[in-house]
Design a binder for this molecule. Structure first.
Ligand SMILES: NC(=O)c1ccc[n+]([C@@H]2O[C@H](COP(=O)([O-])OP(=O)(O)OC[C@H]3O[C@@H](n4cnc5c(N)ncnc54)[C@H](O)[C@@H]3O)[C@@H](O)[C@H]2O)c1
Length: 337
């Protein structure tokens, strides 16, 4: 299979690139490197584009998804499936600069839809936001049948991407699958971000910095491990052409931010208490996703529990962070929401 991954240098995108290459597929990655890092693609380059596997199976193109040349890149790559993960992912930044967010996440996705139409690409798998598409649902875990209720510019823009894909499906026969992701965590998540709270807490504790909780610690999220999420993308990419739908990808379980702090403290061996700050506008109190449709249709279910996932993430952080130094950390904060 030939796959094209937008947002290939990002946290989830680069993990997906590695998995696709390991599975034997040819991959073209696109990223503008606004938050993504070339180092996230080290393993993809090391083996798969330098002849280690016999021939070059990985190509990286530094490009913005809003750029007019996207159509030529898609046409030239001739992909069987496009995994669309490139996005401005900082919810708080979307509140302060909604125009920038919309340009990247709405216009960028429309540009990709047009490129798919011109190149005749059918299968598109889109990283939707399960944490924000339902607003503040009263019943948890929430299923896909609950009406849309985005409450922030980021949430509106991510939903708009889904709706554009649906419209292109109606108009031009594109076959989209939208994966509405819960809070994804794991190796390669930016440890200096404002969300991705597991790596944020863990990196702070490992480098001797203090931790902050926004709110009173009772707000809860559905934390899903990155390898499980990547598995959902792979299954969606391989799904029968007739499957076009939105699927929640989460564990269905709520973990409070206070519990996350305790889990990370225990794993790191830290006894420092967090500081507490006011919550930000546009952020939810509680969310958890019912993924039974993904299990029934895609055969997907999560395999990594949050305690194990926290351990794996901390092992990665221990191997990459220099204590007391931020020199190796990515330059810009990011949020997965
Ligand atoms: N991390 C989560 O918890 C989570 C939850 C729900 C949905 N998502 C979605 O998953 C996708 C990946 O998120 P992530 O957590 O890996 O974030 P990330 O910031 O690590 O990845 C996004 C990538 O897209 C690139 N990018 C941004 N704007 C671009 C543009 N205009 N053109 C080309 N490249 C661009 C960035 O450089 C980055 O490499 C996003 O679409 C995000 O909305 C993430």
């Amino acid at each position: 299979m030939r796959a094209l991954v937008t947002g290939a240098a990002g946290f989830i995108g680069s993990t997906l690139v590695d998995r696709l290459l390991r599975d034997g597929h040819d991959v073209v990655g696109i990223d503008n490197l606004s938050t993504g890092l070339m180092t996230n693609l080290d393993s993809a380059f090391d083996y798969y584009s330098h002849g280690g596997c016999g021939r070059n199976r990985f190509t990286f193109v530094r490009n913005d998804i809003q750029a007019p040349e996207l159509a030529d890149i898609v046409m030239g790559s001739n992909p069987d499936v496009i995994f669309h993960l490139a996005a401005q992912v900082n919810l708080r930044a979307s509140v302060t600069d909604p125009l920038f967010d919309a340009r990247s996440n709405v216009l960028g996705t429309v540009n990709l839809c047009e490129a798919c139409r011109e190149a005749g690409v059918r299968r598109v798998v889109y990283a939707a936001s399960g944490g924000s598409r339902y607003g503040a649902p009263t019943h948890l875990p929430v299923s896909e049948s609950v009406p849309l209720g985005p409450l922030s510019p980021y949430a509106v823009a991510k939903v708009a991407g889904e709706l554009y894909l649906r419209a292109y499906a109606e108009m031009y026969g594109i076959s989209p699958i939208c994966l509405a992701l819960a809070n994804v965590y794991g190796p390669r998540q930016n440890p200096l971000g404002e969300a991705g709270v597991i790596t944020v807490f863990a990196s702070a504790m490992l480098t001797g910095r203090g931790t902050r909780i926004f709110g009173d610690g009772t707000s809860s999220r559905d934390y899903v491990y990155v390898d499980d999420v990547v598995d959902a993308f792979v299954r969606a990419g391989a799904a029968h052409d007739g499957v076009t739908d939105t699927f929640n990808i989460g564990t269905g379980l709520q973990t409070t931010v206070g519990e996350v702090h305790r889990l990370v403290s225990d794993a790191v061996g830290s006894c420092a208490s967090p500081a507490f700050n006011a919550t930000h506008p546009g952020e939810l109190h509680a969310i958890a996703l019912d993924s039974s449709k993904a299990e029934a249709v895609l055969g997907w279910k999560p395999t990594v529990g949050v305690a194990d996932g926290v351990q794996k993430t901390i092992e990665w952080l221990r191997a990459t962070l220099v204590p007391g130094s931020e020199a190796q950390a990515p330059p810009k904060a990011l949020i997965g929401a």
